[in-house]
Design a protein around this ligand. Sequence first.
Ligand code: ADP
Ligand code: MG
Length: 346
Amino acid sequence: MPLGRSRRTNQVSSEFGLIRLLQAQTAQSDRQVVKGIGDDTAILKTSSAEWTLITTDLLTEAVHFDPARSSFEDIGYRAAIANLSDIAAMGGTPRFMLVAIAIPPTCSTAHIQRLYRGMMQATVPYRVALVGGDTSASKQGLFLSVTLTGVVKPERALLRSGARVGDRLYVTGTLGDSHAGLGLLMSRRRLELRPAHARFLLARHHRPSARIAEGQWLVKQGLAGAAIDLSDGLTGDLRHVCEASDVGAEIIAGSLPLSPACRAYAAARHLDPRQIALQGGEDYELLFTVPRSKQTRFERLAGKTGFRFTYIGSITPKQSGLRLRTEQGITRPLPVTSYEHFLRPS
Ligand code: ADP
Ligand code: MG
């Protein structure tokens, strides 16, 4: 979820419309491609022992980050996490990384070394090896593109298309913290917020976690149907699951997991914290489904793990679309308020 959420007019009118167009334009079959465009990573049948996952993410200065507000270490760290999180969403194990950079005149060698220090801090715990990349000058703005591979057992990856009507929806961690952290960074006036809360939200924005262990646990238990990582925001990413699975979904507003810091931020800004949780991007938590018949078993096993999983709603028939169940028990359509590149101002 890029900075500032400005929605400037652009020649391209829809990020996901464009991707669909490109998918149709380039469609070709290859027996080794299990999953091409349309999920968090592509899946390639590279051996009978394990399948390869591959994903790439591009971070652009002034769109995804502002070096005046984030350190170069943090920018590198977040670029790596964006990719690690996509591997996590498939339930995979990250392996090899390539990094391409375009460097503007405003950046020094030391800046780029700091960028790489941040990337390594995020990836070394997973023993990811950096195996190459590309370097170019940029006339304006820093561009950072990270490509990451991973592996998963054959047939075991968690797909966006695995959700069925009646499935239960869960998320890891808490939602909206990164968005609140970004709000703090962008805010012109000082907010009445405890220093510990401010520190927590800024850390969640600058140093998010990739839920690799949770994804791998879900694959191992074989209890999850679909999964996606929350990069654009809950409503937008839930819509991706619904479109890929041909279903609808209902979120229970009162169930959304909120940190005390996010609640305090929302109170200070007179905002509804649930709205922040629904909209906020770059939490890099996992959203996944569990079939109703496996819910009891899932919750029993999950309770022993120490992972934080929260039940937030259910999968419904496609014609219901996305809906929100309010605390009064009323359901109403849930608009997609997450970030999308190229959206024209409404
Ligand atoms: P994520 O948020 O998980 O990184 P995206 O929303 O960026 O996923 O992309 C959705 C799907 O579209 C992915 O499968 C991605 O690989 C594919 N995709 C995105 N941009 C392009 C592009 N320019 N050309 C081909 N495929 C793309
Ligand atoms: Mg993703």
